[in-house]
Design a protein around this ligand. Structure first.
Ligand code: F6P
Length: 327
């Protein structure tokens, strides 16, 4: 018989993503609805290690559903990845009587939760909060939709000036070692080429296509590059192409952290609310040490121990679409 959870902690960890606040709100209010005490843990695992933990009420999360960033702040805590750090974290949770945890973050945060839940008797629920969408076991991650829409809006703007000058633009988007932001924003903005880490790029073929377009006097070309691509990002790709096609006016634009900020899209608010609610239900029902995702529009639970092993795969069909539409 599992011990009933009575006091839960919630934290946001790793790179922030739009919708984290909506998710914190859902965890706090669902917890209170079920008669639980809810504690906010500041700056991810750092707050656990340093005892930066405070009691939250329903009104603590008023007026945040529309805000980007995270009211709990975030960090990547190195100390938590040491046994001493985790012991400190556990002792601090015990001081507050916290007997369940909700961790909103990416794969690094899930790794932390996995190790901690294997060592200590505090059940953990992971929720995928990352713009990178690089976690297997869920169709969506909180923040991805907003980040992609931000990238699309920015790329559309670049396209205006690109078109006015007849230039070739190489635009770099985030995603760490995943190409989802590049793939989605590239297709949505009509990119000629999309370079992602999941696929080897035949750069000779890219240059050949550009040279052929040059012969047809088509000089406006857009290439979207994932920051983790095999060449080392847009600057490097730009250098290679400029060298080989010296008559082209190549420009590079790196979108950067703009993709992580801003008000979450409706979609991100919805999945954040659904996942936050579901995380508390898991703790109430004794469904411990899982990460909550959404697959085919249904809640999907993956054991934390499995969640960190697999990577999200890019479907072959997407790649076919890119190829056909770019021709
Ligand atoms: O994981 C989210 C992310 O924004 C990645 O896309 C990017 O590589 C990384 O975080 C950037 O991290 P930082 O904000 O620490 O530079």
């Amino acid at each position: 018989m599992k011990k009933k959870v009575t006091k839960i902690g919630v934290l946001t960890s790793g790179g922030d993503s739009p919708g984290m606040n909506a998710c914190v709100r859902a965890v706090v209010r669902t917890g209170i609805y079920h008669g639980l005490e809810v504690f906010g843990i500041m700056r991810g695992y750092t707050g656990m290690v340093e005892n930066d933990i405070f009691k939250m009420e329903g009104r603590s999360v008023a007026n945040i559903i529309q805000r980007g960033g995270t009211i709990l702040k975030t960090s990547r805590c190195k100390e938590f990845f040491t046994p001493e750090g985790r012991k400190k974290a556990y002792d601090n949770l015990k001081k507050h009587g916290i007997d369940g945890l909700v961790i909103i973050g990416g794969d690094g945060s899930f790794r932390g939760a996995q190790i901690f839940s294997n060592e200590y008797d505090i059940p953990c629920i992971g929720l995928p909060g990352t713009i990178d969408k690089d976690i297997a076991g869920t169709d969506f991650t909180i923040g991805f939709d907003t980040a992609v829409n931000t990238a699309v809006e920015a790329i559309d703007k670049v396209r205006d000036t690109m078109d006015a000058h007849d230039r070739l633009f190489i635009i770099e988007v985030m995603g760490r070692d995943a190409g989802y932001i590049a793939l989605h924003s590239g297709i949505a903005t009509g990119a000629e080429n999309i370079l992602i880490p999941e696929r080897k790029t035949d750069i000779e073929e890219v240059i050949r296509q550009l040279a052929e377009k040059e012969r047809r006097h088509k000089l406006v070309n857009l290439i979207v590059v994932a920051e983790g691509d095999e060449f080392g990002g847009a600057n490097e790709v730009g250098k290679i192409i400029q060298e080989r096609l010296p008559q082209q006016e190549v420009r590079v634009c790196i979108l950067g952290h703009i993709q992580r900020g801003g008000s979450p899209s409706c979609f991100d608010r919805l999945i954040a609310s659904r996942m936050g609610y579901s995380a508390v239900e898991c703790l109430i029902e004794g469904k411990y040490n899982v990460f909550v995702g959404i697959v085919n529009n249904r809640m999907h639970y993956t054991p934390l121990n499995d969640a960190v092993k697999k990577k999200q795969r890019i479907s072959e069909e997407w790649m076919k679409i890119v190829k056909i539409l770019a021709s």
